[in-house]
Write a protein that binds this ligand. Structure first.
Ligand code: G3P
Length: 227
């Protein structure tokens, strides 16, 4: 199961990538704009932080299929490493995904709101679909159910497309899509940090240390040098 950072903030990406088992970084136009920096150097910097192997997801901006395809080729030629092109699931987007499949360019179908959005994208050849869990919830839908149905449909019909769930507001939503069998999640740095944000962990570690110190004293704290 993949764990992906949904951010273009270099410092946050650097920190998370150092500490956690991160598989890649997703961006979209809004996420890039937030950083207020020239976008190509920013994307190249993200690449240098995460290395060449991990997937970097970059969204096409064009609306017509042929322009999306041109942008995808450009991004893949300009950015090094493993680059996946994000394409919104519009009618033109589905056509572009199909064309990109023929050219061997990997895609993620984004802005997915229904299982049928996802089905069309997978049939067109998308490597990933990204259902927007929290945005679906905000429309009085059930984001986790949508993810669950998409994963079931892909499984039942042997569609090799992966479900990378996106748009989360809390860790419970992430927990629930994991239970639903999702292939991966992409989420904001703050929520990745929240995944281990349980006060009991720190309290337990403190207690272990206190009990140890009480018996063996400060000089024994280095396990390697103490006999
Ligand atoms: O990757 C999609 C994501 O950026 C949308 O998330 O939190 O803006 O709904 P959000």
């Amino acid at each position: 199961m993949q764990l992906v950072i949904d951010s273009a903030n270099i410092e946050k990406i650097r920190k998370l990538n150092e500490y956690y088992p991160i598989d890649g970084v997703t961006t979209n136009p809004s996420i890039i704009v937030k950083e207020q920096k020239p976008f190509l150097p920013l994307l190249k910097e993200i690449r240098s932080v995460i290395g060449e192997e991990k997937e970097l997801f970059v969204q096409a901006l064009a609306e017509k299929a042929e322009d999306i395809v041109k942008e995808a080729r450009y991004l893949r030629n300009t950015l090094s490493g493993n680059v996946v092109i994000k394409v919104p699931v519009t009618k033109e987007g589905i056509k572009a995904i199909n064309q990109l499949k023929v050219e061997g360019i990997p895609t993620l179908a984004t802005t997915v709101y229904t299982p049928m959005n996802a089905f069309l994208a997978a049939k067109a050849g998308a490597d990933y679909v990204a259902p927007y869990v929290n945005r679906i919830d905000n429309l009085s839908g059930n984001g986790v159910n949508v993810v669950s149905e998409i994963t079931q449909i892909f499984l039942r019909h042997n569609l090799s497309c992966k479900v990378l769930a996106a748009s989360f507001k809390n860790v419970q939503q992430i927990h629930n899509v994991c239970l639903a069998g999702v292939h991966g999640v992409t989420t904001a740095p703050e929520l990745i940090e929240e995944m281990i944000g349980h006060p009991s962990i720190e309290a337990n570690v403190k207690q272990f240390k206190k009990e140890w110190l009480d018996l063996y004293g400060e000089e024994s704290m280095n396990l390697i040098s103490t006999k």
